[in-house]
Ligand binder design. Structure first.
Ligand code: ADP
Ligand code: MG
Length: 238
């Protein structure tokens, strides 16, 4: 795991300023939720962290190193999307081990790591199944397994639960949280669900239109929202 620092991060798309100078320090092992209205730049920010989007100006610092020009594969940051794409023709075990195979790790080492990850996520009984033979929640867990198999320095989640029904969403919320408690991997979690942010995060970052409006613990934002926008977004009575 590693700390993350954003220094005056900006992103322009065709004359349009999407991120307008984002500065933020995330501690090693911290779980930060990123919230804000649709279009405010949350996904763009995550994609920049993952290296999928170029930085217009400013710096991204991972574990003390500026990584602006480090290619995605070398950042060792894992991103979990809302459409968890598993390889349909591969078993759960093969899906979990695929990234390690690409790294040309030895089959025995891959098998051992896949077994470890399966234990962490309770996937052992499912290792021989194909994705089509899994429930939605099980698929989501395999997607998380694929994210943790390489022991990433940080996790990025982009609204990972928004396609799930309410019951499963609550269950996955608990699972992601307990996974974080076990692994303590630095996490940036984008959600438009305030309850998710309030119950899961150490700190919440409220964004609006490419800037950060406020950063604080759930309680701080609830008790002392800086303005009406934050209050309304967090759902505090102020
Ligand atoms: P959020 O995830 O908060 O809903 P996004 O980061 O997806 O917001 O988008 C922020 C803004 O950037 C939106 O106005 C969106 O249309 C724009 N945008 C995102 N990606 C691109 C792109 N590749 N080219 C041009 N504009 C983009
Ligand atoms: Mg988005």
């Amino acid at each position: 795991m590693a700390s993350i620092a954003l220094r005056q991060l900006r992103k322009h798309f065709e004359g349009h300023d999407v991120l307008k100078g984002i500065s933020l320090d995330i501690a090693e092992g911290e779980f930060v939720a990123l919230v804000g209205p649709s279009g405010c730049g949350k996904s763009t920010l995550l994609r920049m962290l993952a290296g999928l989007e170029e930085v217009s100006s400013g710096q991204i610092v991972l574990g003390g190193q500026v990584i602006n020009d480090v290619p995605p594969r070398e950042r060792n940051i894992a991103m979990v999307f809302q459409n968890y794409a598993l390889y349909p023709h591969m078993t759960v075990a093969e899906n979990l081990g695929f990234a390690l195979k690409l790294q040309r790790q030895a089959p025995a080492a891959i098998a051992q790591r896949v077994q470890q990850v399966a234990e962490i996520l309770g996937l052992e009984p499912l290792l021989g199944r194909l994705p089509a033979q899994l429930s939605g929640g099980q698929r989501q867990r395999v997607a998380m397994g694929r994210a943790i198999v390489r022991e990433p320095l940080a996790f990025l989640f982009d609204e990972p639960l928004s396609n799930l029904d309410a019951k499963l969403r609550v269950q996955m919320r608990t699972e992601i949280k307990s996974l974080h408690q076990r692994l303590r991997t630095t996490t940036v979690y984008v959600t438009h669900d305030q309850i998710e942010a309030m119950t899961m995060a150490d700190r919440i970052v409220v964004m609006r239109d490419g800037v950060i409006e406020q950063v604080g613990t759930p309680l701080e934002l609830y008790d002392r929202p800086r303005n009406a926008f934050v209050a309304q977004f967090i759902g505090s009575p102020a």
